[in-house]
Design a protein around this ligand. Structure first.
Ligand SMILES: *Cc1c(COP(=O)(O)O)cnc(C)c1O
Length: 377
């Protein structure tokens, strides 16, 4: 039986046309018409103003920090419950992350704890340079509360919407609330360019500067003149071609992911002790990954038992992200904890969520889960 993956690339068929065009015109470079076209497509879809497409989401976060002037010794607030790529660029700059725990409703950064942290840090004489805020698994964070607190303390927000393209809050795209927003087009994301990312902003000068830094910071001159340290972070025209093809089906991809979430709700409907991540009022999630929390006492099995049971049928499932404040690499960093993300990590599981799963594959998943449910109760 073939492997069923957590989230695998799903091409529409039009990508190859765009890639062929790149070859036919010899735009095999980190610039070209598809790069510009993909940026225009993203600007239109997210209604964010300005876009720079880059080699990865990680690169986009790194550039956002540079643009906000984050330097060695500075402090940057960061969601603890996330993938390490959210926090690593803080260390690239020699700065120090301060991790903030989650709240139970969205699993994202807890506004109350964020406020407590900022008050406490102020007393200690620390004013963080920025907040990197994550919308995990596509679920929008509590933006009204978070933005009010950040406004009060004058903290610019970098929105890590790597997992949340197509999600929205009060009709507005995630990634467009903060000073800058970040998307990722890695192979496992909801749309992919095989690898890539984007930085978006309402502020034109920030995005122009990002593109400048991403292309080795070449000043205006015939020879190579440099007054800034540059990076090689631009997206290639071939990748951008794939991205343009993917943009034609982004809406359908979101709908398919949401249908997968519904599929799991049906399967687990009658099982006690299974909890889903639900949308709050005014939020719309792309449900990039379908996730569940399992209470072993009630369900009769825990997340590891379910994961291993699925693995036996060659079906990939994965624990939720391990919080950053529990990672060996970030052990020494400041963290404001409330136990929320630690508990999510120990009870939660990500289930196969691809938009390209066939009915046969869905049946395999369903039967495997039902098998475990039957023996457990
Ligand atoms: C995937 C991901 C990133 C990194 O994006 P890349 O394009 O893989 O560099 C950052 N943050 C989160 C939350 C992600 O899921």
């Amino acid at each position: 039986m073939e492997r069923i993956w957590l989230s695998s690339p799903h091409m529409s068929g039009t990508e190859e046309e765009f890639v062929k065009e790149a070859f036919a015109t010899n735009w095999i470079a980190p610039l070209g018409p598809h790069v510009n076209g993909f940026e225009a497509d993203l600007a239109k879809f997210t209604n964010c103003g300005y876009v720079s497409v880059l080699s990865s989401g990680t690169a986009a976060i790194h550039l956002a920090l540079i643009l906000l002037g984050v330097q060695a010794g500075d402090f940057v607030l960061c969601s603890s419950f996330t993938f390490s790529a959210t926090a690593n660029p803080i260390k690239y700059q020699g700065a120090n992350p301060i991790f903030i725990d989650s709240e139970k409703e969205t699993w994202n950064i807890c506004p109350k704890l964020l406020e407590e942290a900022l008050i406490d840090l102020k007393e200690k004489g620390i004013l963080p340079k920025a907040l990197i805020l994550v919308h995990l698994y596509g679920m929008p964070a509590k933006m009204d509360e978070i933005m009010a607190i950040c406004d009060q303390f004058n903290i610019p927000i970098i929105e890590d919407a790597a997992e949340a393209i197509g999600s929205s809050y009060k009709g507005k795209a995630m990634g467009t609330f903060g000073k800058m927003g970040v998307y990722s087009f890695n192979g496992n994301k909801i749309i992919t360019t095989s690898g890539g990312g984007a930085l978006v902003s309402k502020e034109k000068d920030l995005i122009e500067k990002a593109t400048f830094l991403a292309t080795q910071a070449r000043d205006e001159a015939v020879h190579y003149e440099h007054s800034h340290i540059g990076y090689n972070y631009r997206m290639s025209n071939v990748s951008a071609g794939i991205g343009r093809g993917q943009m034609t089906v982004l809406k359908q991809r979101v709908e398919a992911r949401r249908a997968m979430n519904q599929f799991y709700r049906e399967i687990f409907k009658a099982v006690p002790g299974i909890e889903f991540l639900n949308e709050m009022e005014d939020t719309y999630s792309n449900y990039w990954l379908s996730t569940i929390l399992i209470d072993k006492e009630q369900a009769g099995f825990d997340r590891e038992e379910l994961r291993l049971h699925l693995l036996k049928a060659n079906i990939e499932a994965r624990p939720l992200w391990k919080p950053m404040h529990l990672q060996p690499i970030f052990e020494q960093e400041l963290a404001y904890e409330n136990g929320c993300s630690e508990s999510l990590f120990s009870h939660g599981l990500c289930l196969p969520s691809g938009s390209n799963l066939t009915d046969t594959e869905k049946n395999r998943i369903k039967n495997s889960i039902l098998e475990l449910i039957r023996v457990s109760c």
